[in-house]
Write a protein that binds this ligand. Sequence first.
Ligand code: MG
Length: 404
Amino acid sequence: MTGKKKQKAESAASSAGESSFTKRSIVILGSTGSIGRSTLEVLDEHPGRFEVVALAAYSDVNRIIEQAAKVHPKYIYMGDPVAAEFLQGEPIGRECEILTGKESIAALAALPEVEMVVNALVGAAGLMASLAAVENGKYLALANKESLVVGGSLFEDIAQRTGAKILPIDSEHSAIWQCLSAGRDSEVRRLILTASGGPFRQLDKSEFKNVTREAALNHPTWKMGPKVTIDSATLMNKGLELIEAVWLFSIPPEMVSIVVHPQSIVHSMVEYIDSSVVAQMSAPDMKLPITYALFWPERLPSEFGRLDFSELGELTFAKPDIEKFPAINLAYNAAVMGGTAPAALNAANEVAVDAFLLGRIGFTQITDIIEKTLMNHQVVDKPSLLDIMEADSRSRELAETFVN
Ligand code: MG
């Protein structure tokens, strides 16, 4: 075998080695939420392929006891110290180490025996865990889009240094990731993110001020947690996903388009320079992108999201109404402003969504508050983690004053 051929064979052998694993050890952050529960359902379908080292949740003690009885983790983290104390006194407290306190969650993501971290935490709180996972060279299966929105610039260098890989669980980004294997990066013309349009796609703008919490929480195609469901109703979810795509695929914001596709069958697309468009499709079921990330780089036989084209009916595509949904432009502007601007946008959005869920503000005020916060934000370019954390807390305070 010539030197060159040998090298080729070796690299083929090593990539073959990479393409299968017997057992993967994982940590599931946000295990009692919608994505966490779906992740555990996927694991259940593939017994023996994963060892769950830790589960982390905020306060749902009943559900975490149920989950732990099934997967026997070494550690359980509860964000709420009262919940952690409760678990200590339960039988589960003798079987697992119960942790609480913000530092513990990053420590779980950094555990040496862990190969993969599933981050399904809600909001900017997920950033430290994502950074810890990447810093320690893990596979980061990422559902917490806020990590990249807030701290995207921090990840690139670290991942290169440590060999960590970010594997998106967000259905749109999983779709783009899959579509990108059809060509070279230099051949990409643009990424096309699809948006369901949320529950108010057809509602007249004059009715927006009367939108109730219940109506906003009723998403037509996807079943998700309350934060992302409200984000979907304002279309801020798509705005955040645009910023997420910029960091995940190292692409400028002007190369990302958004198209409304109410059936949620095409999960996103990639247009190449020859005008070919490659799309990824399935029935809307988060267990498909979760399975793809968990087993990457393998594709496993699985039925989640399987399509019956004869039953599908029509698929439609339309331009988003940016008058009705100012969130898309706000996010685009924050992406172009760069630096700490996306962190400010995200912080204001978290405060405003919370305030809306608590009945403190109306639906249209969510984007008003984000716009005002962004306008008052002093952008720090090439921010450090400290700059980002400061931008986050200052923007929260500012948004809170607008809520009041
Ligand atoms: Mg999504």
